[in-house]
Write a protein that binds this ligand. Structure first.
Ligand code: IPE
Ligand code: MG
Length: 225
């Protein structure tokens, strides 16, 4: 979800205001994904590298996540929110405890929901995710729970935050940059990419439709001819 800062600056607003606007877009687009019947969707909200940002921006983002999750709970009580399954993807280790608890509550409360799974990647990094998987596998081998020969690609997939979910068919990056920035690097081996200059707060349902229509015209061969 890129481009919040530039969206705000262009309007003479604080960057935090752009993140707020981006959160509204997240609400609209995640709801739309559920409406479309998309099985699984992941939103990249905060990377392991985003801690390098100024402290006030990091704090504003953490506060926004908290407010947003609290509000989502309220809405759910009033039955306004489409019931999708929320999953947290990321390293909880150096995150504010209060926020980790909120994510846990949201995961638990939505665990019985069928339909779309919405993964929210916070303090997420693809390399950190794979490193973490390698550590867990090494631990299992050390404990005699598995042998080196047992390790295959499915073993790695099963140790990622997205375990049990399909690899992404399509990855959309708004905000004008053409790079992956450590997002789902294992899972995206055969994903189709869609880059657009639209800044995330401006991203609409129509833009998602356009990306999906573009995706439908791709010829996916998965290495075959
Ligand atoms: C949102 O957009 C990404 C987050 C880390 C929340 P940016 O904050 O990267 O916006 P730009 O790229 O500065 O416009
Ligand atoms: Mg950016």
């Amino acid at each position: 979800m890129d481009g919040n800062g530039r969206w705000a600056t262009a309007r003479g607003l604080e960057r935090a205001q752009g993140h707020k606007a981006g959160a509204q877009t997240f609400r609209a687009i995640s709801t739309y994904c559920a409406k479309l019947g998309i099985e699984s969707v992941t939103f990249y909200a905060f990377s392991t590298e985003n801690w390098k940002r100024p402290e006030n921006e990091v704090n504003a983002l953490m506060k926004l996540f908290r407010d947003f999750l609290e509000e989502a709970q309220e809405r759910e009580k009033e039955n306004e929110e489409i019931g999708f399954h929320i999953k947290f993807a990321g390293d909880t280790a150096n995150m504010p405890e209060e926020l980790v608890n909120l994510f846990e509550i949201c995961e638990k409360r939505s665990a019985d929901k069928t339909g779309t799974t919405v993964n929210i990647a916070v303090n997420y990094g693809g390399r950190a995710e794979i490193t973490n998987a390698a550590r867990r596998i090494a631990e299992k081998v050390k404990n005699g729970e598995m042998t080196v020969d047992d390790i295959d690609e499915d073993t790695i997939s099963s140790m990622l935050y997205t375990a049990g979910q399909p690899d992404p068919d399509l990855i959309i990056r708004p905000g004008g940059e053409s790079r992956i920035s450590n997002f789902l690097i294992w899972q995206s081996a055969y994903s189709e990419f869609y880059f657009t200059d639209i800044l995330w707060p401006d991203f609409t349902e129509d833009d998602l439709d356009r990306a999906i229509i573009d995706f439908c015209s791709r010829n996916r061969r998965f290495g075959a001819v």
